[in-house]
Design a protein around this ligand. Structure first.
Ligand code: COA
Length: 181
């Protein structure tokens, strides 16, 4: 799967050369240049992919990265979510570059993740969404993800573009979608 190209219904806002694929070594260099992050998020996600636990999906238009998401093949990260849906895959760290949001990139990434999960024989795909993120929740609901009532609280640290450290505590609800048989 590593490095393969996957085109999923590009939406009309973008040229038809938009594609979504698992990150490869060349992509990682382009990502770090075009979309730098203080904590080398791309490198961390790519390491998970190399270890075989995840696929780091990135949407591109030519050499420009538009957004990305991580497919966790070993199930949801949250303890309660994993206990409730151990046979699902989870998409997390879904993000689209701020200036490109609302143009269908997130939808394309999710559909690509669903297709890859189906190809591997999974029947359920999950996303965890913060209770205070109604915009993302609306997108997931529209794409067929159903609230489960399963809640996990997670803590994480991140560094913003000014080098400022943040400690976040997030309460996520798991949403689930059944994939085609
Ligand atoms: C959530 C996110 C990945 C969606 O990607 P996207 O490319 O903007 O989504 P699409 O264009 O395919 O779909 C648009 C829908 O996304 C949702 N959305 C969430 N945040 C949005 C934003 N900042 N701008 C526009 N749409 C947003 C809305 O539901 C919107 O639909 P609407 O027309 O009903 O308002 C993206 O907005 C993002 O990176 N947000 C910040 C990080 C985040 O919240 N990630 C999700 C973690 S669970």
């Amino acid at each position: 799967m590593n490095g393969s190209m996957l085109c999923v219904d590009p939406l009309p806002w973008f040229d038809c050369d938009m594609d979504t694929r698992a990150c490869n070594e060349h992509d990682l260099v382009a990502l770090r240049n075009a979309w730098p992050t203080a904590d080398d998020v791309h490198g961390a996600h790519y390491t998970e992919q190399r270890e075989g636990t995840a696929t780091y999906l990135v949407a591109w238009q030519d050499e420009e990265p538009l957004g990305s998401g991580l497919i966790q093949w070993h199930g949801p990260i949250g303890m309660n979510a994993r206990a409730a849906f151990p046979d699902s895959v989870e998409v997390n760290h879904l993000q689209v570059r701020p200036e490109l949001r609302g143009r269908g990139v997130g939808t394309v990434l999710l559909k690509a993740a669903e297709q890859l999960a189906e190809n591997r024989g999974y029947k359920l795909i999950a996303v965890g969404v913060a209770l205070d993120n109604p915009d993302a929740t609306r997108l997931y609901r529209r794409l067929g993800y159903t609230p489960t009532g399963v809640i996990d609280v997670c803590a994480y640290d991140w560094t913003d573009d000014d080098g400022q450290q943040h400690h976040e505590i997030e309460t996520d609800q798991l949403l689930i979608k059944r994939l085609s048989p």
